[in-house]
Design a protein around this ligand. Structure first.
Ligand SMILES: *[C@@H]1O[C@H](CO)[C@@H](O)[C@H](O)[C@H]1NC(C)=O
Ligand SMILES: *[C@@H]1O[C@H](CO)[C@@H](O)[C@H](O)[C@H]1NC(C)=O
Ligand SMILES: *[C@@H]1O[C@H](CO)[C@@H](O)[C@H](O)[C@H]1NC(C)=O
Ligand SMILES: *[C@@H]1O[C@H](CO)[C@@H](O)[C@H](O)[C@H]1NC(C)=O
Ligand SMILES: *[C@@H]1O[C@H](CO)[C@@H](O)[C@H](O)[C@H]1NC(C)=O
Ligand SMILES: *[C@@H]1O[C@H](CO)[C@@H](O)[C@H](O)[C@H]1NC(C)=O
Length: 484
């Protein structure tokens, strides 16, 4: 049986066989966070700020490697698409033999003046090639799992896009020291990603001083701010590369456990997914800020999941994958405006193919959407809000976007989390427009923009590619999308 994936799942500890079990991953996360083996609630700000000392990071000579990483063409790529693509490994720890895989797409026009943007998917433990091939990259995969079609709304139209499979153990990224996988956690993920960046910039030195942004979704609501924070803290102390970080954009991002859980159930209830009786019980018995979950709360939330049925929790109005595609069916040309609910299979077919792996310069790998080798997560901050505050105080541009039909990390969760920051409002809630239709809504706070994408699920660009590109261009330009 094909394993269903959860883009947001804290611990990939379970063999999943159906949607119902997938949905239960959140409970397992909660239980794990409130059990004796719970991830360490590492306090980022206090520990990093404490020392002024800089420990130089590993930097290897990278001369000539970029040319070796150049992709001639991706297998199945449509003719007449002229873009520079690169992929390969960057070693982040030579002693352990740890290397992270990246896929880089240069903007086809004026790449030398456009910013550099890193994209990260979440999980933890899920591949950023999900973003590259089913969300915002230059191509998507046709129904045969072998050929590609063009994404007219690729984010590489407006930026040079770098996709990183992180941490080691995800996708093609690996470690020769397998015990490294057991040390996976927020902190090591950020530290390795930082070493990756510094080395990648040696390999592509023309990007060293370029404006740099970090973006991502879901559990990358942890990764992105934490990496941004790591960059800023190191920038202040380093005698190595100073990274020209300008801001972050995070979508349907998990940034605060307590408010997000509350927001999630409130969204479900207000979107007719479960009963008043169950909601009353959740309100009465669940304290999402507490260290432990009572049985009675656990039973109420179980009931909510049960009452919601087997919908796609990442887009409550989308069709689910009813007939999984076969590996060798003929291609039905895909459409950028019609997201294939069976996309997970197509990604696994494509990236597991040996000719694709050769073209990407990777060693033979059984590629999966989410890691099978990372079976526990060492540290997970219960809240990212202090880091967000730090980024605001350090002048970073921060956009929090949200597909408004995602029920996994819904807009209600983002609103509650941002409200907890108590930031003054600068531009009150208003619609934004694209092609004479409301593309979504926004509210600008001092230092942070909250912006929704109407009709988009958890993976925003998958469902609303044109609106997502408008949002992303506006983010890079530092301007609000049109009010009419
Ligand atoms: C991991 O081990 C293989 C086989 O010895 C070697 O070819 C590869 O370079 C090592 N990876 C790293 C990052 O050191
Ligand atoms: C787990 O996380 C804590 C807090 O960040 C850290 O002190 C510890 O070294 C980590 N353990 C491993 C095995 O990385
Ligand atoms: C950077 O600082 C470290 C010690 O913190 C030192 O060993 C190293 O030589 C310095 N590098 C340069 C290029 O100054
Ligand atoms: C929770 O559900 C379990 C299993 O149905 C049941 O045995 C238990 O009594 C319930 N606990 C409470 C507090 O309702
Ligand atoms: C293609 O499908 C046929 C039957 O549908 C099967 O026998 C064959 O093994 C498949 N080939 C591959 C490469 O999967
Ligand atoms: C990927 O390939 C490996 C063998 O290289 C195989 O064991 C695995 O089942 C494949 N996965 C998928 C989803 O095709």
């Amino acid at each position: 049986m094909f394993k269903l994936i959860a883009i947001f799942c804290l611990l990939a500890l379970f063999e999943l066989s159906n949607a119902d079990i997938q949905a239960k991953r959140l409970f397992e996360l909660l239980k794990s966070k409130r059990s004796r083996n719970s991830p360490v609630p590492h306090k980022w700000i206090a520990s990093e700020e404490a020392t002024d000392e800089y420990s130089p990071v590993y930097i290897a000579p990278q001369d000539g490697l970029a040319q070796l990483d150049k992709i001639v063409a991706l297998p199945g790529q449509p003719a007449g698409v002229n873009i520079n693509q690169y992929s390969g490994y960057v070693t982040v720890n030579p002693n352990a033999g740890r290397a992270l895989f990246y896929y880089f797409v240069e903007s086809p026009t004026d790449s030398s003046t456009k910013p550099l943007v890193l994209w990260l998917n979440g999980g933890p433990g899920c591949s950023s090639l999900i973003g590259a091939m089913s969300e915002l990259g230059p191509f998507r995969i046709n129904s045969d799992g072998k050929t590609l079609f063009k994404n007219d709304y690729a984010w590489s139209n407006v930026a040079n896009m770098l996709f990183l499979e992180s941490p080691a153990g995800v996708g093609f990224s690996y470690s020769n020291t397998s015990s490294d996988y057991d040390k996976s956690g927020d902190k090591n993920t950020a530290d390795d990603a930082y070493v990756f960046l510094v080395n990648w910039l040696e390999r592509f030195p023309q990007y060293k001083t370029r404006d740099f942004y970090i973006s991502g979704e879901s559990y990358a609501g942890h990764y992105v701010p934490q990496l941004a924070y790591t960059v800023l803290v190191n920038n202040k102390k380093t005698n190595q590369t100073v990274i020209n970080l300008k801001g972050i954009a995070i979508g349907n991002a998990w940034i605060d456990d307590e408010t997000s859980l509350q927001g999630m159930y409130d969204y479900w209830w207000t979107h007719a997914l479960y009963s008043d009786t169950t909601h009353d019980a959740i309100v009465k018995y669940c304290d999402f800020g507490s260290e432990s979950t009572s049985d009675i709360c656990g039973n109420a939330t179980d009931k909510a999941w049960e009452e919601a049925g087997e919908i796609d929790i990442y887009n409550i109005y989308a069709p689910v994958c009813l007939t999984p595609p076969q590996r060798n069916t003929s291609a039905i040309p895909g459409s950028i405006n019609n997201f294939d609910p069976c996309w997970q299979y197509l990604l696994e077919f494509y990236f597991n193919d040996s000719t694709v792996q050769e073209a990407l310069h990777v060693r033979p790998t059984s590629w999966d959407l989410c890691s099978n080798v990372i079976t526990s997560w060492n540290d997970s901050a219960p809240t990212i809000l202090p880091i967000i505050k730090y980024l605001i105080e350090n002048g970073q541009r921060i956009w929090v976007f949200s597909g408004d039909v995602d029920a996994r990390v819904p807009i209600t969760a983002s609103r509650y989390s941002i409200n907890a920051l108590k930031l003054p409002i600068e531009t009150p809630w208003r619609p934004w427009y694209l092609n004479q239709e409301v593309g979504g809504y926004l509210e600008a706070y001092k230092g942070l923009l909250l912006i929704t994408v109407r009709g988009a699920g958890h993976t925003v660009p998958s469902y609303q590619p044109q609106r997502a590109l408008t949002l992303f261009s506006s983010f890079l330009g530092g301007i609000l999308p049109p009010s009419s």
